[in-house]
Design a protein around this ligand. Sequence first.
Ligand SMILES: Cn1cnc2c(O)nc(N)nc21
Length: 262
Amino acid sequence: MGVLNVTPDSFSDGGRHTDCAVAVAHALSMVEEGAAIIDVGGESTRPGATPVSEQEELDRVIPVIEALRARTDAVISIDTMKPAVMRAACAAGAELINDVMALRMPGALDAAVATGAAICLMHMQGDPQTMQAAPHYDDVVQEVSDFLAERMACCVRNGIAAERIVLDPGIGFGKSLEHNLTLLANLDRLAVHGRPLLVGVSRKSMFGALLGRSVDQRLPGSLAAAAFAVSQGAVIVRAHDVAATVDAVRTAHALKMRRAAT
Ligand SMILES: Cn1cnc2c(O)nc(N)nc21
C-alpha cells in the first residue's frame, strides 16, 4: 500500500492543480514500483496534526482520486475519518476505506455500509491530538485484539460482510515504543480474527525512539519491521518507499512460505 499524502505541506509551493498532477505522477510511480494499493489521504493523522475541514479534505482528495481512477487499475484507498469523504471518494473510484478511527465517527458506519467498499479497521487509543500523551495498556495485544473484534462485530451486525474487512493494530496511534514493539512481535495473535492484517510502520517515530534515527534515516528500520510483520502474518504493508518495501516484503514472504513447507 503506497502512501499518497495530498496535504499542502507534502508538496512544493505549487497551486492545487500542480499538487494534483504531482500527486497523480507520484501515485503512478508507486504503482510502477509494485504498489497494489494507493492510500490517498487529505488530512494528516500524525500525532498533534491539525484537523482539516470536510470541504478542504474533499477539495484535496477527490480530484486526485478521479484522475488516478482514469490512469491505473490499482486499488485506490481513501484514508479518512469523515463519512462525506468516504462516500465521495468511493463514488470517484476508491474501493477501500482506510479509517484510522475504525468507523467510530458519527455517520461513518452508515457511509461505509452504503459504499459497499472494503474497510480497514485500525486501532487508535484517543485521537491524533491526544493519543501520544500517556498511552497505557494492561495487555496491549489483548486490548487491541478485543477492540478490533468489537469493531468488526459492529460492522457485521450492520451488514458489512466480514470478507470486506481488514484489521490493523495502528502502530504509533496511542502507543509507546514498548507497545509498538510488543504489538509487532505478537502480530500473529491478531490472526485469530481470520481477517487479513494491515500494518503501517514506515518512517514512524518508533524508529526515532529505538534507533535514534531522524525521519529521513528510518528506511532500514522500516524495512526490518515490515519484513518481520509479514513473517508474523501481515498481508498489507503501508509504506512510503515502495520499491524497497516490495523487495523486503517479497523476501520475507518467500521465507515464510518455506517455513510452512517444512
Ligand atoms: C493513515 N495511516 C497512517 N499510519 C497508518 C497505519 O499504520 N495503518 C493505517 N491503516 N493507516 C495509517
